[in-house]
Design a binder for this molecule. Sequence first.
Ligand code: CA2
Length: 155
Amino acid sequence: MTKTVDQTIYVLNDPNLNLLGTREVETYGHATLLDVEKLCAETAAQFGLKADCRQSNREGELIDFIHEAHARKAAGIVINAGAYSHTSIALHDALVAVKIPTVEVHISNIHARENFRHHSFTAMAAFATLCGFGIDGYRLAINGLATRIGAKAKA
Ligand code: CA2
């Protein structure tokens, strides 16, 4: 029997990232969440992947998205867990439990900011982390994820 592989990647944006482009532009830039989602869809398509982009301000809903990614046999996860990166053992545990190749992205360079942003629980469950590239970090993350899962760039 041939196993069907779902070539969807989940792109999860966590609390407050719905505000992108509207406030704190000196830290997070002018691009909106819609711009991020378009960038992810375009980048994923270059590898024949579909980006399923979700955003939530609720920790439990984000955990449900991770479980859903597992149930749908998603090929990978790109997550910007926002402030939950620094606090949420529950999100860390969900990512560890599903064993889906995951890249963590932060728009800002969290290591050049306040001490409380220097540690990320969710990064411990990811095979790679990118920070400080602005929204280009999402493009770079999908490129790295595609390489990791063996998705080839389309001609
Ligand atoms: O740099 C990142 O991507 C962060 O994940 C963003 C989080 C922050 O708590 C992390 O330490 C680093 C904050 C997201 C807040 O997003 C906003 C965007 C625009 C305006 C206001 C908030």
